[in-house]
Design a protein around this ligand. Structure first.
Ligand SMILES: [Zn+2]
Length: 250
Protein backbone atom coordinates (compact mmCIF):
# COMPACT_ATOMS: atom_id res chain seq x y z
CA UNK A 1 0.00 0.00 0.00
CA UNK A 2 1.00 3.62 -0.45
CA UNK A 3 0.70 5.80 2.58
CA UNK A 4 1.08 9.55 3.14
CA UNK A 5 3.81 9.91 5.76
CA UNK A 6 6.16 12.23 7.58
CA UNK A 7 9.64 10.92 8.34
CA UNK A 8 10.81 11.36 11.91
CA UNK A 9 14.14 9.58 12.05
CA UNK A 10 16.53 7.55 9.92
CA UNK A 11 19.32 5.24 11.04
CA UNK A 12 21.86 3.13 9.18
CA UNK A 13 21.13 -0.59 9.16
CA UNK A 14 24.07 -2.76 8.17
CA UNK A 15 26.06 -1.93 5.07
CA UNK A 16 23.36 -0.85 2.67
CA UNK A 17 19.97 -0.42 4.33
CA UNK A 18 18.33 2.20 6.50
CA UNK A 19 15.76 1.94 9.29
CA UNK A 20 13.18 4.72 9.11
CA UNK A 21 10.69 5.75 11.79
CA UNK A 22 7.74 7.60 10.27
CA UNK A 23 4.19 8.68 10.98
CA UNK A 24 1.72 7.35 8.43
CA UNK A 25 -1.62 9.13 8.12
CA UNK A 26 -3.41 5.82 7.53
CA UNK A 27 -1.40 3.52 9.80
CA UNK A 28 0.13 5.59 12.60
CA UNK A 29 3.75 5.21 13.73
CA UNK A 30 5.66 2.64 11.75
CA UNK A 31 9.24 1.47 11.53
CA UNK A 32 10.35 0.61 8.02
CA UNK A 33 13.41 -0.79 6.34
CA UNK A 34 14.56 0.82 3.11
CA UNK A 35 16.53 -1.90 1.38
CA UNK A 36 19.74 -0.76 -0.32
CA UNK A 37 18.82 2.87 0.27
CA UNK A 38 22.40 3.78 1.13
CA UNK A 39 23.72 2.20 -2.06
CA UNK A 40 21.04 3.32 -4.45
CA UNK A 41 20.39 6.99 -3.77
CA UNK A 42 18.36 7.23 -6.96
CA UNK A 43 15.60 5.04 -5.64
CA UNK A 44 14.82 7.17 -2.59
CA UNK A 45 16.47 10.40 -3.76
CA UNK A 46 16.94 11.92 -0.29
CA UNK A 47 13.24 11.58 0.53
CA UNK A 48 13.82 9.73 3.75
CA UNK A 49 15.27 12.71 5.62
CA UNK A 50 13.64 13.86 8.86
CA UNK A 51 10.40 15.85 8.45
CA UNK A 52 9.97 15.24 4.72
CA UNK A 53 6.33 14.80 3.71
CA UNK A 54 6.28 11.78 1.43
CA UNK A 55 4.19 9.00 -0.03
CA UNK A 56 5.75 5.66 0.87
CA UNK A 57 4.98 2.32 -0.78
CA UNK A 58 5.14 -0.11 2.14
CA UNK A 59 4.77 -3.88 2.57
CA UNK A 60 4.38 -5.83 5.80
CA UNK A 61 7.23 -8.07 6.87
CA UNK A 62 6.39 -11.56 8.03
CA UNK A 63 8.89 -11.86 10.85
CA UNK A 64 8.15 -8.69 12.85
CA UNK A 65 5.89 -5.66 12.97
CA UNK A 66 8.17 -3.55 10.80
CA UNK A 67 7.48 -2.84 7.12
CA UNK A 68 9.54 -2.79 3.93
CA UNK A 69 9.72 0.60 2.24
CA UNK A 70 9.82 -0.09 -1.49
CA UNK A 71 9.43 3.38 -2.95
CA UNK A 72 9.03 7.00 -1.99
CA UNK A 73 7.59 10.08 -3.55
CA UNK A 74 8.39 13.50 -2.05
CA UNK A 75 5.75 16.18 -1.56
CA UNK A 76 7.49 18.69 0.63
CA UNK A 77 11.00 18.82 2.05
CA UNK A 78 10.50 21.81 4.40
CA UNK A 79 13.99 23.03 3.60
CA UNK A 80 13.62 26.23 5.58
CA UNK A 81 12.98 24.26 8.76
CA UNK A 82 15.83 21.91 8.08
CA UNK A 83 18.18 24.87 7.68
CA UNK A 84 17.19 26.42 11.01
CA UNK A 85 18.35 24.67 14.18
CA UNK A 86 15.75 26.36 16.37
CA UNK A 87 12.83 25.36 14.13
CA UNK A 88 14.27 21.89 13.79
CA UNK A 89 14.49 21.52 17.57
CA UNK A 90 10.88 22.69 17.97
CA UNK A 91 9.61 20.27 15.33
CA UNK A 92 11.64 17.45 16.88
CA UNK A 93 10.00 18.18 20.21
CA UNK A 94 6.46 18.08 18.78
CA UNK A 95 7.22 14.83 16.97
CA UNK A 96 8.73 13.33 20.11
CA UNK A 97 5.56 14.19 22.03
CA UNK A 98 3.48 12.48 19.33
CA UNK A 99 5.86 9.53 19.31
CA UNK A 100 5.83 8.90 23.05
CA UNK A 101 2.12 9.56 23.60
CA UNK A 102 0.59 7.93 20.51
CA UNK A 103 0.79 4.11 20.57
CA UNK A 104 2.58 2.45 17.66
CA UNK A 105 0.49 1.49 14.60
CA UNK A 106 -2.57 3.39 15.86
CA UNK A 107 -3.66 5.73 13.06
CA UNK A 108 -4.65 9.23 14.08
CA UNK A 109 -5.27 11.46 11.05
CA UNK A 110 -5.94 14.47 13.30
CA UNK A 111 -2.48 14.24 14.86
CA UNK A 112 -0.96 13.70 11.41
CA UNK A 113 -2.74 16.73 9.94
CA UNK A 114 -1.84 18.87 12.94
CA UNK A 115 1.87 18.02 12.58
CA UNK A 116 1.77 18.58 8.82
CA UNK A 117 0.16 22.00 9.34
CA UNK A 118 2.70 22.81 12.02
CA UNK A 119 5.53 22.01 9.60
CA UNK A 120 3.93 24.22 6.95
CA UNK A 121 3.52 27.08 9.44
CA UNK A 122 7.12 26.90 10.69
CA UNK A 123 8.39 26.62 7.13
CA UNK A 124 6.57 29.73 5.96
CA UNK A 125 6.46 32.04 9.00
CA UNK A 126 7.98 32.78 12.39
CA UNK A 127 5.31 32.05 15.01
CA UNK A 128 5.75 33.87 18.31
CA UNK A 129 5.96 32.30 21.74
CA UNK A 130 2.21 32.45 22.46
CA UNK A 131 1.45 30.70 19.15
CA UNK A 132 4.00 27.97 19.90
CA UNK A 133 2.70 27.45 23.43
CA UNK A 134 -0.93 27.33 22.30
CA UNK A 135 0.02 24.88 19.52
CA UNK A 136 1.76 22.65 22.05
CA UNK A 137 -1.38 22.61 24.23
CA UNK A 138 -3.54 21.78 21.19
CA UNK A 139 -1.19 18.92 20.30
CA UNK A 140 -1.36 17.56 23.86
CA UNK A 141 -5.15 17.76 23.58
CA UNK A 142 -5.13 15.74 20.35
CA UNK A 143 -2.92 13.18 22.05
CA UNK A 144 -5.48 12.86 24.85
CA UNK A 145 -3.68 14.95 27.47
CA UNK A 146 -5.29 18.37 27.27
CA UNK A 147 -4.11 20.44 30.23
CA UNK A 148 -6.99 22.34 31.81
CA UNK A 149 -6.98 26.06 32.53
CA UNK A 150 -10.72 26.58 32.91
CA UNK A 151 -11.65 25.02 36.20
CA UNK A 152 -9.83 23.79 39.27
CA UNK A 153 -9.79 19.99 39.64
CA UNK A 154 -10.21 20.23 43.43
CA UNK A 155 -13.22 22.48 43.88
CA UNK A 156 -14.63 22.39 40.34
CA UNK A 157 -14.84 26.20 40.30
CA UNK A 158 -13.50 28.48 37.55
CA UNK A 159 -10.92 31.22 37.98
CA UNK A 160 -12.21 34.73 38.58
CA UNK A 161 -10.01 37.50 37.20
CA UNK A 162 -7.16 38.37 39.56
CA UNK A 163 -7.21 34.86 41.04
CA UNK A 164 -3.76 33.64 41.92
CA UNK A 165 -3.29 30.07 40.72
CA UNK A 166 -0.77 27.31 40.48
CA UNK A 167 -0.23 24.79 37.74
CA UNK A 168 -0.22 21.24 39.04
CA UNK A 169 1.75 18.89 36.74
CA UNK A 170 0.20 15.90 38.51
CA UNK A 171 -3.37 17.07 37.86
CA UNK A 172 -2.52 18.56 34.50
CA UNK A 173 -4.13 21.90 35.11
CA UNK A 174 -4.45 25.15 36.95
CA UNK A 175 -5.57 24.97 40.60
CA UNK A 176 -6.53 27.70 43.07
CA UNK A 177 -3.75 28.57 45.48
CA UNK A 178 -5.88 27.64 48.50
CA UNK A 179 -6.92 24.32 46.91
CA UNK A 180 -3.29 23.47 46.12
CA UNK A 181 -2.65 23.00 49.83
CA UNK A 182 -4.34 19.59 49.53
CA UNK A 183 -1.94 18.44 46.87
CA UNK A 184 1.65 18.01 48.04
CA UNK A 185 3.45 17.64 44.68
CA UNK A 186 5.42 20.66 43.36
CA UNK A 187 3.43 23.46 41.73
CA UNK A 188 4.29 26.24 39.36
CA UNK A 189 3.12 29.76 39.98
CA UNK A 190 0.57 31.12 37.49
CA UNK A 191 -0.19 34.80 37.86
CA UNK A 192 -3.68 36.09 36.98
CA UNK A 193 -2.21 37.81 33.90
CA UNK A 194 -0.60 34.58 32.72
CA UNK A 195 -3.77 32.59 33.15
CA UNK A 196 -5.85 35.27 31.39
CA UNK A 197 -3.45 35.52 28.41
CA UNK A 198 -3.26 31.77 28.02
CA UNK A 199 -7.03 31.28 28.18
CA UNK A 200 -7.47 34.07 25.66
CA UNK A 201 -4.96 32.32 23.36
CA UNK A 202 -6.67 28.94 23.71
CA UNK A 203 -10.08 30.43 22.91
CA UNK A 204 -8.92 32.51 19.94
CA UNK A 205 -8.98 31.69 16.28
CA UNK A 206 -5.53 30.34 15.36
CA UNK A 207 -4.92 33.25 12.96
CA UNK A 208 -5.40 35.75 15.78
CA UNK A 209 -3.40 34.06 18.54
CA UNK A 210 -0.20 35.85 17.46
CA UNK A 211 -1.72 39.23 18.35
CA UNK A 212 -1.93 38.38 22.04
CA UNK A 213 0.78 40.05 24.08
CA UNK A 214 2.65 37.72 26.38
CA UNK A 215 5.11 39.09 28.93
CA UNK A 216 8.41 37.31 29.43
CA UNK A 217 7.33 36.16 32.91
CA UNK A 218 4.02 34.79 31.57
CA UNK A 219 5.88 32.95 28.84
CA UNK A 220 8.21 31.44 31.44
CA UNK A 221 5.35 30.38 33.71
CA UNK A 222 3.52 28.63 30.87
CA UNK A 223 6.72 27.07 29.54
CA UNK A 224 7.68 25.77 32.97
CA UNK A 225 4.15 24.38 33.48
CA UNK A 226 4.06 22.52 30.17
CA UNK A 227 7.58 21.15 30.56
CA UNK A 228 6.78 19.83 34.02
CA UNK A 229 3.46 18.42 32.78
CA UNK A 230 4.90 16.43 29.85
CA UNK A 231 7.70 15.07 32.04
CA UNK A 232 5.16 14.08 34.68
CA UNK A 233 3.01 12.35 32.03
CA UNK A 234 5.99 10.60 30.51
CA UNK A 235 7.54 9.61 33.83
CA UNK A 236 10.97 10.40 32.44
CA UNK A 237 12.75 13.11 30.49
CA UNK A 238 11.83 14.17 26.95
CA UNK A 239 15.13 14.31 25.04
CA UNK A 240 14.30 17.10 22.60
CA UNK A 241 12.91 19.24 25.42
CA UNK A 242 16.08 18.82 27.44
CA UNK A 243 18.09 19.71 24.33
CA UNK A 244 16.11 22.93 23.80
CA UNK A 245 16.59 23.87 27.45
CA UNK A 246 20.31 23.16 27.34
CA UNK A 247 20.93 25.40 24.33
CA UNK A 248 18.51 28.15 25.40
CA UNK A 249 15.91 27.67 22.64
CA UNK A 250 12.99 28.00 25.04
ZN1 LIG B 1 -10.07 25.16 43.54
Amino acid sequence: MTTRSIIMKKMDRGEADETVIFLSRERGWLTGIAKNSRKSRVRFGGHLEPFCLVDLAVRSRKKDNMVWIDESHMFQGFLRIRGNMKSLARVSYFFELAYVFLPEALPDPNVFDFLKNFLETLDSSNPGSIELLVSEIHLLGLLGFQPSFNCCPFCGQGFASNTEAYFSPLFGGAVHKECAEYEPSPHINMSPATLAALRHGLNSDSRLVGRIKLSRSAEQEIRESLSAFVRCLRGEDIKSLRFMESVGYL
